[in-house]
Ligand binder design. Sequence first.
Ligand SMILES: Cc1cc2nc3c(=O)[nH]c(=O)nc-3n(C[C@H](O)[C@H](O)[C@H](O)COP(=O)(O)OP(=O)(O)OC[C@H]3O[C@@H](n4cnc5c(N)ncnc54)[C@H](O)[C@@H]3O)c2cc1C
Ligand code: SF4
Length: 503
Amino acid sequence: MAERDALSRGRGAERILYVPFDHLSFDHGVMRTADPATDVVVLVESERMLTGRPWHTERLFFLVSAARHFAAEAESRGFAVRYLRAPTTIDGLTDALTEFGNLPVTCAEPSSFRQHRALTEFGVEIIPNDLFLTARDDFHAWASRQKSFVMENFYRAQRVRLGILVDGEGKPEQGRWNFDAENRLPPPKNYEWPARLAHERDAMDLEVAAQLQHTPTDTWATTRAGALAQLDHFIEHNLAGFGPYEDAISNDDWSLHHSLLSPYLNVGLLHASEVVEAVLAAFRAGRAPIESVEAFVRQVIGWREYINGMYWYLGEDYRNLNGLNADRPLLPVFADSSATKMACVGGVVADVKKRGWVHHIPRLMVLSNLALITGTNPQAFLDWMREQFVDAADWVMVPNIIGMGVHADGGLLMTKPYASGGAYLNRMTQYCKGCAYDPKKRSGDDACPFTTLYWDFLDRHRETFARNHRMAQQVNGLNRLSDLPQLRERAREVLTGLDAGLI
Ligand SMILES: Cc1cc2nc3c(=O)[nH]c(=O)nc-3n(C[C@H](O)[C@H](O)[C@H](O)COP(=O)(O)OP(=O)(O)OC[C@H]3O[C@@H](n4cnc5c(N)ncnc54)[C@H](O)[C@@H]3O)c2cc1C
Ligand code: SF4
């Protein structure tokens, strides 16, 4: 006790452990080797983080409250903790050094190039980041051996390396690597989606909410206990149905069978290994079918690790790519969900504004698709997505947007763009029935803007895509359109109307 009191006054400390707001773990990152007898724990709530951009307040609420709860938990575990408020992280660390003397500062590898550079220049010792399943060097070694960065190849190697759903010879469980044929169903009719877990707010949450002048939803937990409850809830109520409906969008429910675990995984409140272990245990106990278990495992050990690995592998300039020379400013609908008559776009943007989250298909096939085929500037769209989503971070948004969402990297990540017309959304969502537009029409006043712009996008980039053998069939489809002149005319009207918030 005396030792602790001395430390909390700043005497006797040997190291400062800097815990960024997305490293909130006692078992991983810099806290893994922490010792209350020698280490001071420092967190910095920087003004830049709070006010540097027009962040969604639900996102700020989640990040700040989770960090404050973590700091309180560290204190209750006997650590001397400084939760500092400062203009920047570096200012906060400077204050810590002033208080504790010139101690070494240690941090696990941070999650963006910018922060990595700032901390390194300040002299922070950076240790490997085990908050992911794949070390950055190991991913680099894998990527360096590839001719093209096909996620499926990485995922299969992960399954074998981690011994997940494979037999002793590295063959996939039940003879198949993927069960997509059983999944990807449209939203079912008359289906009862499981109830969602509501997270209650404690005094610390309410204090943060008041400071941010925000009324939080009950969607996001801000403690490890809450994150674990969300994991249990997912396994109990949603895992079995995860696979079949993972790509569906329903009007009755916004989270469907999705886990809602990304924010906790991304800030360190949960680790991918415990999430996957819990899912595999449910599978072994016969509580979920292989098609759902495999689909979920693929997201966590495949996509998530691949995206993080590629962020670091592709380098800092990757975020600035604009291979399709897209220069349209962000459409007004991104600021105001009512600035469109497109039911799908208005509905998805309204959902994002409400809780800072929609699942991967609205992100990809509605928001990114819209940005892609309208020729919206990739960096403007990336900034908006970064600001709006509760689970956003540089490492995860940059490849998901620049590579997967808007194909600004010329196909480095995905060999073809995820461009689509209204037919896909008509199949996978229930929006079209209540929409002013007709998903089957590509020209005329009531043509679906997605359908019109999909063809117009191919037309505008005909030469580029003709060189891509995976796009050849789609580009050839243009030659069969009898109404191409009318379609081009309608596309001009649609783009003008979207720019004015009238379509
Ligand atoms: C354009 C676009 C932007 C995205 N931006 C983000 C982002 O900022 N932060 C984020 O965490 N995810 C992002 N994703 C991935 C995915 O949409 C979210 O992880 C998912 O919707 C989170 O909800 P969930 O936890 O219910 O996921 P589930 O559907 O239950 O999936 C389980 C987990 O898989 C992981 N995962 C799946 N796909 C990806 C992926 N492409 N990249 C990283 N992790 C993945 C997540 O950790 C997720 O929690 C993005 C995807 C797209 C297409
Ligand atoms: S018709 Fe087109 S714009 Fe309307 S909801 Fe369907 S896909 Fe969206």
